[in-house]
Design a binder for this molecule. Structure first.
Ligand SMILES: [Zn+2]
Length: 113
């Protein structure tokens, strides 16, 4: 059975943004933006960085919303908390590539004998 999952890493938060109305409670609020890096894992080995998701949390009603491209503050938040591709999100290949190469070599050896 193939065991894969998407995992999330907290990247940071930012709340020095101008006030904006909350789409849930309609109050004028200073939302707290936060960012999460998601990555794909196979058998617990990280293989691909999938992208950064930006959220904002209303400081009045605590609603957690996905930040949209139409948010005026998102550009600033992306500048402060950029997504980075780190070895942490792809190191599974170090384990997986030799394993795949080993299997291919084994198949070739069986075919040739
Ligand atoms: Zn709200």
């Amino acid at each position: 059975m193939i065991n894969w999952a998407t995992k999330y890493d907290y990247l940071g938060n930012y709340n020095r943004v101008p006030e904006e109305p909350c789409t849930v409670c309609s109050k004028k609020i200073t939302p707290e933006y936060s960012a999460e890096q998601s990555y794909f894992t196979l058998y617990g080995l990280p293989l691909f960085a999938l992208g950064v998701k930006y959220f904002k949390v209303c400081d009045a009603c605590s609603a957690k919303l996905k930040a949209r491209a139409s948010d005026g503050n998102l550009r600033e938040v992306k500048r402060v908390i950029p997504g980075k591709i780190k070895l942490k999100y792809v190191w599974g290949w170090i384990v997986l590539l030799p394993a795949i190469a080993g299997i291919i070599l084994l198949i070739l050896e069986i075919k040739n004998s």
